[in-house]
Design a protein around this ligand. Sequence first.
Ligand code: CP
Ligand code: NVA
Length: 332
Amino acid sequence: MIHPHTRLATKDLTRIMDLSSHEVMPLIELGRALKADIRPYKNHFAQRSLVMLFEKPSLRTRVSFDIGFARMGGHAVYLDHEKLRIGERETIADYSRNLERWCDCIVARTMSQETITALAANATIPVINALSDIHHPCQALADYMTLVELGFDCRQHQLAWVGDGNNVCHSLMELTATLGASMIVVTPEGFAPSSEIVRDCQARACRSGATLQYTNDINRIHGSFAVYTDTWTSMGQSETAEKAAIFKPYCVTSEIMALAGSSAYFMHCLPAHRGHEVVDAVIDGPHSVVFDQAENRMHIQNALLLNLLTTPTQDSLGKNTTRTSHTTRSQS
Ligand code: CP
Ligand code: NVA
């Protein structure tokens, strides 16, 4: 059965705040439907192309976008930008205006959020943020899809974040605020989430009824549905012995999981640094759902692609009206 999918109001997914509250749950439901059976979409993106620009390493994001798009009939091209950053060889505007002549969508992992917003502003095709220094929206969508599968109720349950107030934490905060859910963010002093994002989430929480709390006190994770952690040193940051000492009390051990409660799930976006932010007994334990999160990256991204990409007819019309082309664009 082909599932209904409406176009999202946004052209791009630069951050979770690009989505509205009424768009997220249908997206998650579509992700779940695709997980159950993707066969109705096996030729949906035939003759269509996705370009993946990566300034940082990746396992999950790269493989899940590539294989996910291929399972729907599309073709993905990977461009390694680890050495030469996007915008260095030619301007981001020129770069975008080339890519949109061949591709239907840009997936980008960048050092800086500004590169994502510049790509989105310059390209007429959708741009999906595949992680920046500030946001990781695809991860948060996969995580909430996983929570929903586990029975998480936005009106009843709390998600606990333990560790650095980083890009993954920001996207989970924004999604919590969008969905009207509850989240407690536990970070060491000096490593709280961005105050600008805290403000944005507060504004959205006022409308959605979400509760977001911030603390340094690990004991406050009591009663949480799931405990989520991530690396203490994100890609692009430098690791120091001093930082490791500050974070040590926030390593997720069995004792910390017991503080949350005997039924609490353990979550991590991966890659994990075993023995640092989490111990083996927890990540390999019966309540760990880390590989479900990894799997769901593909299903929710497929749902996102179905929602963001227009039909070929709309696409060529859209492109020809938004950019001056002196020749006729080829039809795919
Ligand atoms: N979680 C995640 O984004 O993994 P990768 O860095 O391997 O893509
Ligand atoms: N916070 C991590 C997430 C990796 C998926 C980083 O940015 O490196």
